[in-house]
Ligand binder design. Structure first.
Ligand code: PLP
Ligand code: ZN
Length: 388
């Protein structure tokens, strides 16, 4: 079989549009303090592959290799990530008065969360660029995923995690042979430590949006959705937002698919769900702001949502505004109730972050924001088993 070729051309700052060489390790645009985004020759990509052809390829996220950043197949790591089930949720839908409710169940990924999609990409591309040691600050799950893919690649990994992160996260990092550094503080404190160590040792810092490739892995959720809905995107996507890689990634995926001529210009309304104890994006959205101010005293049991300041706040908010979407904050109590309801009604034991999307959806249904015939997708971003 012919090797699939990436059409990656360069990296670009979405704020000042300066371009950066994609064949050297890059971080972010220092002038704008903005993430860099990968750009592809989408005309060439559309010529090389037809959309129905992607379906016949071997399952997994590398099916989309033409619009992913890794050039050589030898560097495309895998533990079986991607192509998670899109489950109809008829019983839950009926209760909410929704005729077409679906759950994209990301708990089926390696390490049991969707963080696998981002980290498989960052580690694969990092290895291709000649890096051999990685560092990450994490609320928990991203550290577990980095540890797994670094082990798979035979690379070194350093994980900085709040000391109150779920026990499963600490164990999964250690058992994969990564260096675990427990931090007395939040992910933002872990980030400061990790950045300093990365600089001192020349490690590849794979903090959320401080390098361009995790978002490319998360983008595949949008590609899979487009395909699953027969290239006719759903009407509403409800996504639990921490750093926002999934939201930004899916929004980017849709733009690329349209440029390739695979979908039209219609877009889902994006809904960002956050925890009431840490809701900087919701607050900014309600103010109509372009940027989110850092959240003070962040607290929630949904550890993946405990991100007081998202580096990609501008991109997240832009996607919400452009899509005609909204942002909702839900209490920990609502999250716990939703977790039980999801397991009871559909058999899905969701992570609290995933359950938060149901709590948010219930709110929107009560407010009449969603019509009964809308096709709605909730993202269950991880397994509840990781939080026991
Ligand atoms: C990290 C994480 C999130 C938040 O994801 P972002 O893409 O960073 O917004 C949601 N759910 C779980 C389970 C997570 O681990
Ligand atoms: Zn810039």
């Amino acid at each position: 079989m012919m090797e699939l070729e990436s059409t990656l051309t360069h990296l670009e700052c979405p704020e000042c549009h300066k371009t950066f060489d994609a064949d050297r390790p890059q971080t972010f645009c220092k002038a704008c303090r903005s993430p860099l985004l990968a750009r592809y020759d989408l005309e060439v990509a559309a010529r090389r592959v037809r959309k129905d052809e992607v379906a016949s390829r071997r399952r997994g996220l590398w099916r989309w290799a033409e619009i992913l950043p890794v050039r050589s197949a030898a560097f495309r790591l895998t533990l079986g990530e991607g192509d998670t089930p899109l489950l109809p949720a008829p019983r839950l839908g009926q209760r909410l008065g929704l005729e077409h409710l679906y759950i994209k169940d990301e708990s089926a990924n390696p390490t049991a969360t969707f963080k696998a999609r981002g980290l498989v990409m960052a580690v694969s591309k990092g290895m291709e660029l000649g890096m051999s040691a990685f560092v990450i600050p994490t609320a928990g799950n991203a550290g577990g995923a980095l540890a797994a893919y670094a082990a798979r690649a035979g690379a070194e990994a350093h994980v900085y995690m709040p000391q109150d992160a779920p026990h499963a996260n600490q164990r999964e990092v250690e058992i994969a042979g990564a260096h675990l550094h427990l931090v007395d503080g939040l992910i933002s404190d872990a980030a400061r430590l990790a950045a300093a160590e990365a600089k001192a040792h020349g490690w590849f810092d794979v903090s959320t949006f401080k390098e361009p490739y995790r978002v490319e892995g998360k983008k595949t959720m949008g590609l899979e959705l487009a395909e699953a809905f027969d290239w006719n995107l759903p009407d509403v996507i409800v996504y639990p937002t921490g750093g926002g890689t999934g939201l930004v990634g899916m929004w980017k995926a849709f733009a690329e698919l349209e440029a390739m001529g695979w979908i039209d210009s219609r877009r889902p309304r994006l809904v960002s769900v956050q925890a009431a104890g840490c809701a900087p994006i919701v607050r900014a959205f309600q103010e109509g702001a372009a940027r989110a101010k850092p959240w003070e005293n962040a607290h929630t049991l949904a550890s993946g949502l405990r991100v007081p300041a998202a580096f990609a706040d501008r991109l997240i908010l832009r996607a919400l505004y452009e899509s005609g979407g909204t942002a909702v904050a839900v209490s920990d109590e609502e999250i716990v109730d939703a977790q039980r309801e999801l397991a009871h009604s559909e058999g899905i034991f969701a992570a609290p972050e995933g359950a938060a999307t149901l709590a948010g959806l219930k709110r929107l249904c009560r407010e009449g924001w969603i019509s009964p015939e809308a096709r709605v997708v909730l993202f269950n971003t991880g397994s509840g088993l990781k939080y026991l």
